[in-house]
Design a protein around this ligand. Structure first.
Ligand SMILES: [Zn+2]
Length: 292
Protein backbone atom coordinates (compact mmCIF):
# COMPACT_ATOMS: atom_id res chain seq x y z
CA UNK A 1 0.00 0.00 0.00
CA UNK A 2 1.14 3.49 -0.75
CA UNK A 3 -0.13 6.74 0.69
CA UNK A 4 0.54 9.59 -1.69
CA UNK A 5 1.63 12.85 -0.12
CA UNK A 6 -1.48 14.54 -1.49
CA UNK A 7 -3.60 12.36 0.82
CA UNK A 8 -2.42 14.47 3.74
CA UNK A 9 -3.88 17.55 2.07
CA UNK A 10 -7.14 15.71 1.55
CA UNK A 11 -7.28 14.72 5.23
CA UNK A 12 -6.62 18.33 6.22
CA UNK A 13 -9.32 19.66 3.91
CA UNK A 14 -11.82 17.02 5.02
CA UNK A 15 -11.08 17.76 8.66
CA UNK A 16 -11.76 21.45 8.06
CA UNK A 17 -14.94 20.73 6.11
CA UNK A 18 -16.28 18.58 8.94
CA UNK A 19 -15.06 20.75 11.81
CA UNK A 20 -16.06 24.11 10.38
CA UNK A 21 -19.10 23.21 8.32
CA UNK A 22 -20.87 19.92 8.73
CA UNK A 23 -20.46 18.96 12.39
CA UNK A 24 -21.47 22.34 13.89
CA UNK A 25 -24.61 22.26 11.79
CA UNK A 26 -25.49 18.69 12.76
CA UNK A 27 -24.45 18.81 16.41
CA UNK A 28 -24.92 22.35 17.63
CA UNK A 29 -23.56 23.76 20.86
CA UNK A 30 -20.58 21.48 21.21
CA UNK A 31 -17.09 22.77 21.80
CA UNK A 32 -14.90 23.87 18.93
CA UNK A 33 -12.24 21.42 20.05
CA UNK A 34 -14.69 18.53 19.83
CA UNK A 35 -15.58 19.53 16.27
CA UNK A 36 -11.95 19.47 15.24
CA UNK A 37 -11.26 16.23 17.06
CA UNK A 38 -14.29 14.53 15.56
CA UNK A 39 -13.61 16.07 12.16
CA UNK A 40 -10.10 14.68 12.13
CA UNK A 41 -11.43 11.29 13.17
CA UNK A 42 -14.00 11.25 10.39
CA UNK A 43 -11.40 12.33 7.83
CA UNK A 44 -9.13 9.46 8.83
CA UNK A 45 -12.05 7.04 8.84
CA UNK A 46 -13.02 8.19 5.36
CA UNK A 47 -9.55 7.34 4.10
CA UNK A 48 -9.64 3.99 5.90
CA UNK A 49 -12.92 3.39 4.09
CA UNK A 50 -11.30 4.26 0.79
CA UNK A 51 -8.63 1.70 1.52
CA UNK A 52 -11.29 -0.95 2.14
CA UNK A 53 -12.96 0.08 -1.12
CA UNK A 54 -9.74 -0.56 -3.01
CA UNK A 55 -9.06 -3.80 -1.17
CA UNK A 56 -12.50 -5.00 -2.25
CA UNK A 57 -11.49 -4.37 -5.87
CA UNK A 58 -8.26 -6.25 -5.27
CA UNK A 59 -9.93 -9.20 -3.53
CA UNK A 60 -12.45 -9.72 -6.32
CA UNK A 61 -9.79 -9.21 -8.99
CA UNK A 62 -7.75 -11.93 -7.37
CA UNK A 63 -10.66 -14.34 -7.73
CA UNK A 64 -10.43 -13.74 -11.47
CA UNK A 65 -6.70 -14.34 -11.49
CA UNK A 66 -5.85 -10.66 -11.73
CA UNK A 67 -3.17 -9.54 -9.33
CA UNK A 68 -2.98 -6.12 -7.74
CA UNK A 69 0.38 -4.46 -7.89
CA UNK A 70 -0.29 -1.76 -5.34
CA UNK A 71 -3.05 0.16 -3.63
CA UNK A 72 -2.65 3.90 -3.48
CA UNK A 73 -4.46 6.51 -1.46
CA UNK A 74 -4.24 10.05 -2.73
CA UNK A 75 -5.93 13.42 -2.94
CA UNK A 76 -9.07 12.29 -4.74
CA UNK A 77 -9.51 8.85 -3.30
CA UNK A 78 -7.79 5.57 -3.87
CA UNK A 79 -6.71 3.24 -6.59
CA UNK A 80 -5.67 -0.35 -7.02
CA UNK A 81 -3.23 -0.94 -9.84
CA UNK A 82 -3.67 -4.31 -11.38
CA UNK A 83 -1.15 -6.40 -13.20
CA UNK A 84 -3.28 -7.47 -16.10
CA UNK A 85 -6.60 -6.63 -17.67
CA UNK A 86 -9.67 -8.53 -16.60
CA UNK A 87 -10.05 -11.68 -18.68
CA UNK A 88 -13.68 -11.06 -19.62
CA UNK A 89 -16.17 -8.20 -19.67
CA UNK A 90 -18.07 -9.86 -16.83
CA UNK A 91 -14.94 -10.04 -14.70
CA UNK A 92 -14.22 -6.40 -15.55
CA UNK A 93 -17.66 -5.33 -14.38
CA UNK A 94 -17.66 -7.46 -11.24
CA UNK A 95 -14.23 -6.19 -10.19
CA UNK A 96 -15.44 -2.63 -10.77
CA UNK A 97 -18.65 -2.98 -8.81
CA UNK A 98 -16.94 -4.57 -5.79
CA UNK A 99 -15.57 -1.22 -4.62
CA UNK A 100 -18.84 0.72 -4.62
CA UNK A 101 -20.55 -2.22 -2.95
CA UNK A 102 -17.96 -2.15 -0.19
CA UNK A 103 -18.42 1.60 0.25
CA UNK A 104 -22.19 1.21 0.37
CA UNK A 105 -21.88 -1.54 2.96
CA UNK A 106 -19.61 0.66 5.06
CA UNK A 107 -22.06 3.52 4.77
CA UNK A 108 -25.03 1.44 5.85
CA UNK A 109 -23.01 -0.08 8.68
CA UNK A 110 -21.98 3.36 9.95
CA UNK A 111 -25.57 4.54 9.93
CA UNK A 112 -26.76 1.37 11.65
CA UNK A 113 -24.13 1.67 14.38
CA UNK A 114 -25.03 5.33 14.82
CA UNK A 115 -28.69 4.54 15.27
CA UNK A 116 -28.07 1.65 17.65
CA UNK A 117 -25.46 3.51 19.69
CA UNK A 118 -27.20 6.88 19.63
CA UNK A 119 -28.17 6.89 23.33
CA UNK A 120 -24.57 6.27 24.30
CA UNK A 121 -22.89 8.76 22.01
CA UNK A 122 -22.32 12.46 22.39
CA UNK A 123 -24.06 14.62 19.76
CA UNK A 124 -20.73 15.28 18.06
CA UNK A 125 -19.75 11.60 17.95
CA UNK A 126 -23.17 10.67 16.63
CA UNK A 127 -22.96 13.32 13.94
CA UNK A 128 -19.47 12.15 13.03
CA UNK A 129 -20.66 8.57 12.58
CA UNK A 130 -23.62 9.68 10.50
CA UNK A 131 -21.37 11.81 8.28
CA UNK A 132 -18.98 8.90 7.86
CA UNK A 133 -21.89 6.80 6.62
CA UNK A 134 -23.04 9.58 4.33
CA UNK A 135 -19.56 10.03 2.94
CA UNK A 136 -19.28 6.33 2.12
CA UNK A 137 -22.69 6.22 0.48
CA UNK A 138 -21.95 9.37 -1.50
CA UNK A 139 -18.65 7.87 -2.60
CA UNK A 140 -20.37 4.68 -3.71
CA UNK A 141 -22.70 6.73 -5.89
CA UNK A 142 -20.01 9.07 -7.19
CA UNK A 143 -17.67 6.36 -8.40
CA UNK A 144 -20.49 4.69 -10.29
CA UNK A 145 -20.75 7.66 -12.64
CA UNK A 146 -20.17 6.32 -16.15
CA UNK A 147 -16.80 7.71 -17.08
CA UNK A 148 -13.20 6.55 -16.89
CA UNK A 149 -11.36 6.21 -14.67
CA UNK A 150 -14.24 5.85 -12.24
CA UNK A 151 -15.66 2.44 -11.45
CA UNK A 152 -18.73 3.37 -13.44
CA UNK A 153 -16.48 3.99 -16.42
CA UNK A 154 -15.12 0.52 -16.07
CA UNK A 155 -18.62 -0.90 -15.95
CA UNK A 156 -19.47 1.10 -19.07
CA UNK A 157 -16.37 -0.28 -20.73
CA UNK A 158 -17.37 -3.81 -19.80
CA UNK A 159 -20.82 -3.31 -21.29
CA UNK A 160 -19.44 -1.95 -24.55
CA UNK A 161 -16.74 -4.62 -24.57
CA UNK A 162 -19.37 -7.30 -24.11
CA UNK A 163 -21.57 -5.90 -26.85
CA UNK A 164 -18.89 -5.17 -29.43
CA UNK A 165 -16.33 -7.77 -28.35
CA UNK A 166 -13.80 -4.96 -28.58
CA UNK A 167 -12.21 -3.96 -25.30
CA UNK A 168 -10.59 -0.88 -26.79
CA UNK A 169 -13.88 0.33 -28.11
CA UNK A 170 -15.11 0.09 -24.55
CA UNK A 171 -12.06 2.02 -23.37
CA UNK A 172 -12.72 4.82 -25.80
CA UNK A 173 -16.36 5.04 -24.81
CA UNK A 174 -15.49 5.15 -21.11
CA UNK A 175 -12.89 7.82 -21.82
CA UNK A 176 -15.40 10.01 -23.60
CA UNK A 177 -17.74 9.55 -20.67
CA UNK A 178 -14.96 10.59 -18.31
CA UNK A 179 -14.29 13.78 -20.22
CA UNK A 180 -17.96 14.70 -20.30
CA UNK A 181 -18.24 14.06 -16.58
CA UNK A 182 -15.13 16.11 -16.01
CA UNK A 183 -16.66 19.15 -17.68
CA UNK A 184 -19.87 18.72 -15.69
CA UNK A 185 -18.08 18.34 -12.37
CA UNK A 186 -15.72 21.20 -13.06
CA UNK A 187 -18.65 23.47 -13.87
CA UNK A 188 -20.74 22.27 -10.94
CA UNK A 189 -17.84 22.60 -8.52
CA UNK A 190 -17.09 26.13 -9.66
CA UNK A 191 -20.77 27.04 -9.37
CA UNK A 192 -20.96 25.67 -5.82
CA UNK A 193 -17.95 27.74 -4.78
CA UNK A 194 -18.98 30.93 -6.56
CA UNK A 195 -22.72 30.90 -6.00
CA UNK A 196 -22.97 29.21 -2.61
CA UNK A 197 -19.54 29.85 -1.14
CA UNK A 198 -19.16 26.20 -0.23
CA UNK A 199 -15.54 25.14 -0.14
CA UNK A 200 -16.47 21.53 -0.87
CA UNK A 201 -17.10 22.65 -4.45
CA UNK A 202 -13.35 22.89 -4.88
CA UNK A 203 -13.11 19.13 -4.49
CA UNK A 204 -15.67 18.60 -7.25
CA UNK A 205 -13.87 21.08 -9.46
CA UNK A 206 -10.54 19.35 -8.92
CA UNK A 207 -12.14 15.94 -9.53
CA UNK A 208 -13.72 17.33 -12.69
CA UNK A 209 -10.45 18.70 -13.91
CA UNK A 210 -8.79 15.36 -13.25
CA UNK A 211 -11.45 13.52 -15.23
CA UNK A 212 -11.32 15.99 -18.07
CA UNK A 213 -7.53 16.18 -18.27
CA UNK A 214 -6.15 14.64 -21.44
CA UNK A 215 -4.97 11.12 -21.26
CA UNK A 216 -4.65 8.18 -23.50
CA UNK A 217 -4.92 5.31 -21.13
CA UNK A 218 -7.99 4.87 -19.04
CA UNK A 219 -7.62 1.26 -18.36
CA UNK A 220 -9.78 1.61 -15.30
CA UNK A 221 -8.11 -1.36 -13.77
CA UNK A 222 -8.55 0.54 -10.63
CA UNK A 223 -11.11 2.40 -8.69
CA UNK A 224 -11.99 6.11 -8.77
CA UNK A 225 -9.31 5.79 -9.44
CA UNK A 226 -6.61 7.22 -11.48
CA UNK A 227 -3.48 6.41 -9.64
CA UNK A 228 -1.36 9.33 -8.59
CA UNK A 229 1.71 7.72 -9.83
CA UNK A 230 4.88 9.62 -9.44
CA UNK A 231 7.13 9.03 -12.35
CA UNK A 232 10.09 7.14 -11.21
CA UNK A 233 13.42 6.85 -12.88
CA UNK A 234 13.27 3.28 -11.86
CA UNK A 235 10.23 2.63 -14.00
CA UNK A 236 10.92 0.03 -16.55
CA UNK A 237 8.85 -1.55 -19.26
CA UNK A 238 6.42 -4.13 -18.04
CA UNK A 239 7.93 -7.47 -17.51
CA UNK A 240 6.05 -10.39 -18.84
CA UNK A 241 5.95 -12.68 -15.92
CA UNK A 242 3.75 -11.42 -13.18
CA UNK A 243 2.59 -13.94 -10.65
CA UNK A 244 -0.84 -13.98 -12.23
CA UNK A 245 0.29 -14.16 -15.77
CA UNK A 246 -0.01 -17.83 -16.13
CA UNK A 247 -3.59 -17.71 -15.01
CA UNK A 248 -4.76 -14.94 -17.25
CA UNK A 249 -6.00 -16.25 -20.56
CA UNK A 250 -6.39 -12.80 -22.10
CA UNK A 251 -4.40 -12.78 -25.32
CA UNK A 252 -4.24 -8.99 -25.37
CA UNK A 253 -1.60 -8.93 -22.73
CA UNK A 254 0.85 -10.53 -25.07
CA UNK A 255 0.54 -7.62 -27.40
CA UNK A 256 2.53 -4.42 -27.36
CA UNK A 257 1.36 -1.67 -25.07
CA UNK A 258 -1.86 -0.19 -26.24
CA UNK A 259 -4.31 2.31 -25.04
CA UNK A 260 -6.21 0.82 -22.21
CA UNK A 261 -3.88 -2.06 -21.77
CA UNK A 262 -3.04 -3.74 -18.54
CA UNK A 263 -3.50 -1.86 -15.34
CA UNK A 264 -1.63 1.22 -16.35
CA UNK A 265 -3.28 3.84 -14.30
CA UNK A 266 -0.33 6.07 -14.64
CA UNK A 267 -0.83 9.49 -13.26
CA UNK A 268 2.07 11.72 -14.01
CA UNK A 269 2.10 13.56 -10.76
CA UNK A 270 5.20 15.39 -11.83
CA UNK A 271 3.44 17.22 -14.62
CA UNK A 272 -0.11 17.27 -13.33
CA UNK A 273 -1.23 17.43 -16.92
CA UNK A 274 -2.01 13.89 -17.62
CA UNK A 275 -3.45 11.02 -15.70
CA UNK A 276 -1.74 8.51 -17.79
CA UNK A 277 0.69 7.91 -20.51
CA UNK A 278 0.44 10.45 -23.26
CA UNK A 279 0.54 9.53 -26.88
CA UNK A 280 4.05 10.83 -27.14
CA UNK A 281 5.25 9.11 -24.02
CA UNK A 282 3.37 5.90 -24.31
CA UNK A 283 4.97 3.22 -22.32
CA UNK A 284 3.95 -0.04 -20.87
CA UNK A 285 2.85 -0.26 -17.33
CA UNK A 286 5.82 -0.45 -15.04
CA UNK A 287 5.78 -2.82 -12.13
CA UNK A 288 7.10 -0.33 -9.65
CA UNK A 289 5.89 -1.93 -6.52
CA UNK A 290 5.25 -5.22 -4.93
CA UNK A 291 2.06 -6.49 -3.52
CA UNK A 292 0.85 -4.95 -0.33
ZN1 LIG B 1 -13.39 1.81 -6.96
Amino acid sequence: MEVHSSAAAAVAVLTAVFALGLLPVTAAEASIASYWFAGFGVALAVFASLLLHELAHAAVARRYGVGTRRVVLWLLGGAAEQDTPAPTPLADAVIAVAGPLASAALGVTSWAVALVMAPLLSPTALAALLWLGTANLAWAVFVLLPGAPLDGGRILRALVWSRTRDRHHGDRTARRGGRALGVLLLSAGAAVVILFGQFVGVWFAVAGWALWAPRTITSAETGPDAVPRSRSRGDIPARRGSPTRGRDPAPARQQPPHEGEPGCHVHTASTRRSWSVSTTRRRPCAPSGGRH
